[in-house]
Design a protein around this ligand. Structure first.
Ligand code: TYM
Length: 344
């Protein structure tokens, strides 16, 4: 029987994973892990590029671990670990750096965003941010990953990873594949989940929704989603509306069809078009509907998340066991790369 293909993805511990992380990376990778070898990790070294407060970073590492597990990661079937526990990764990153032209990093979106859009002089950009894509390439290449499920914002990083693997193979492999060129898996339906203000949901825009919040604060957050000023009871536009877009991602087809009709008619019960205010449908109702599907979908995971957060020793033990398994694989790949370079 052919060996199983390998799926790998990572998440930065920069806060409780939000809906974008869950739909863009966590759920797709957990689905793939059912019939692939799974390598799922917490990108804690990458998180340092944001200079987090140390105590907060500790808490956030646990929070990402608890979220993965609460959403269904099975640590017996999947190798689950922290990036910083695998020192082979930064060593491989150095080998890749030695092949990486500056031009490739000058074109990286994050660097360009700082220098071109925010006007920061290039020399003020910290090296960790500049070389972020090289470390990410090492995360992936150190495990011979076949498939990497990510959101659309990571597409360029995956292209850089492929290019670095090819360069390395070209220089040291004489045409032989020393490092495996991985494939990105970007699911179109969830490649960019919108946040409260309609832009990509992202911690850096402070527009995220955390599904592990208790009912009331979750509803409060959902109420902050930007909507237009359509009068109560008048038809609402579903196309491009963030509440509708998010609802669609979690609801069944029948639920989505019903919400679409409620938008079109401005009525709670679309078949009763009587002019009775009690039947009016407005943004508040749409937001409650979104809250309903989120609680339905994540209620159990939320309880499990909080249970796991209360037992951090257990999380640490799981991650330590995962680190051992991860290192066993990364060690082999690094040895191969070191031999190819002439260091071994
Ligand atoms: P991070 O931590 O920013 O996000 C984790 C994953 O969530 C996806 N994502 C989204 N998907 C859809 N819509 C959104 N609004 C949204 N926001 C975030 C991201 O695309 C990502 O897949 N560089 C990575 C972490 C990383 C990594 C790796 C990933 C480090 N090494 C190796 C894969 C393989 C990052 O910052 O993701």
């Amino acid at each position: 029987m052919a060996a199983k293909k390998r799926v790998l993805t990572g998440i930065q511990p920069s806060g409780i994973p939000h809906i974008g992380n869950i739909l863009g990376a966590i759920e797709p990778s957990l689905r793939l892990a059912q019939n692939h070898d799974g390598f799922l990790f917490i990108a804690d070294l990458h998180a340092l590029t944001k200079q987090p407060e140390p105590k907060q970073l500790q808490a956030q590492i646990h929070s990402v671990a608890a979220a993965w597990l609460a959403l269904g990661l099975n640590p017996d079937q999947t190798v689950f670990y922290r990036q910083s526990d695998v020192p082979e990764v930064p060593i491989l990153a150095w080998l890749l750096s030695c092949q990486c032209p500056l031009g490739m990093l000058n074109r990286a979106h994050t660097f360009k965003e700082l220098t071109d859009n925010k006007g920061m002089p290039g020399e003020d950009v910290r090296h960790g941010i500049y070389s972020y894509p090289v470390l990410m390439a090492a995360d992936i290449l150190a495990f011979d990953a076949d498939v990497v499920p990510v959101g659309k914002d990571q597409k360029q990083h995956l292209e850089i990873t492929q290019e670095l693997a090819r360069k390395f193979n070209h220089v040291y492999g004489g045409g032989e594949a020393i490092l495996k060129v991985p494939e990105a898996k970007i699911d179109e339906a969830v490649m960019t989940v919108p946040g409260l203000d309609g832009r990509k949901m992202s911690k850096s825009y402070d527009n995220t929704i955390h599904v592990f919040l208790e009912d009331k604060p979750l509803l409060k957050r959902i109420k902050q989603i930007k909507t237009d000023s359509t009068e109560y009871g008048a038809p609402l536009t579903a196309a491009g509306d963030t509440v509708f877009e998010l609802y669609k991602l979690f609801a069944t087809e029948a639920q989505t069809t019903r919400l679409r009709r409620q938008y079109e008619t401005g009525r709670k019960n679309p078949d009763e078009n009587v002019d009775d205010e009690r039947n009016y449908f407005g943004w508040g109702d749409a937001k409650k509907a979104l809250h309903g599907v989120l609680v339905e979908r994540f209620g159990d995971a939320r309880a499990e998340y909080h249970r796991l957060m209360d037992d951090q020793g257990h999380l640490d033990r799981l991650l330590a066991a995962g680190a051992e398994r991860a290192r066993n694989v990364a060690r082999g790949v690094l040895e191969r790369a070191l031999r190819a370079c002439g260091i071994r």
